[in-house]
Design a protein around this ligand. Structure first.
Ligand SMILES: CC(C)(COP(=O)(O)OP(=O)(O)OC[C@H]1O[C@@H](n2cnc3c(N)ncnc32)[C@H](O)[C@@H]1OP(=O)(O)O)[C@@H](O)C(=O)NCCC(=O)NCCS
Length: 145
């Protein structure tokens, strides 16, 4: 059984930590703004087990003119559940929630290694590759929705 639903910031840690911050202090899994009422967290459950997470932050990036922008952060699928379509399903779900809230642009910093995944869903690169300290090489990706 598969289910996608809203989760708390605290619940995201169970997936963020092993996938995005492995071997680093648990505090590094907390993102600024995680607990704001304008921030939403979604979880993908397989047989009631949380296996993937994504978060949407209401955050304007000056590089874009759109008024109602959202930033996606913390997209992660547990290693053993990757490449089964779960990440794409969760991304689509989150996008749709942003659309319902009248969001008109999604942007985020994407790991270089994940750019191919996002391109499949219509995201485009803006600008050059840059380094986020302790995390790695990233591109800014965006999509008008
Ligand atoms: C990147 C990630 C979120 C993708 O989730 P996933 O559940 O593994 O991906 P899906 O199975 O939904 O993939 C959908 C399609 O994208 C492709 N894809 C998945 N990961 C990819 C990647 N890193 N690069 C290129 N294509 C990728 C899949 O092959 C699949 O295509 P197919 O249907 O033709 O086989 C997941 O692998 C992950 O958590 N990786 C480690 C953490 C990370 O990089 N997070 C993103 C931070 S910006």
């Amino acid at each position: 059984m598969i289910e996608i639903k809203k989760i708390t910031a605290f619940e995201t840690i169970m997936v963020r930590h092993p996938v995005l911050r492995l071997g680093r202090p648990i505090e590094t899994c907390h993102f600024e703004g995680d607990d704001l009422s304008t921030t939403w967290h979604y979880g993908f459950f397989l047989e009631n087990q949380l296996v993937a997470v994504i978060s949407a932050f209401k955050a304007k990036n000056k590089l874009f003119n759109e008024e109602n922008q959202y930033q996606i952060r913390g997209m992660a699928v547990l290693d053993q559940f990757q490449k089964r379509g779960f990440g794409e399903a969760l991304l689509n779900y989150c996008e749709n929630e942003i659309r319902i809230a009248n969001g008109n642009l999604i942007w985020f910093n994407a790991r270089e290694t994940a750019v191919g995944f996002y391109k499949r869903s219509g995201y485009e690169i803006l600008g050059d590759l840059f380094e986020i300290p302790d995390v790695g090489l990233h591109y800014i990706l965006f999509k008008k929705i």
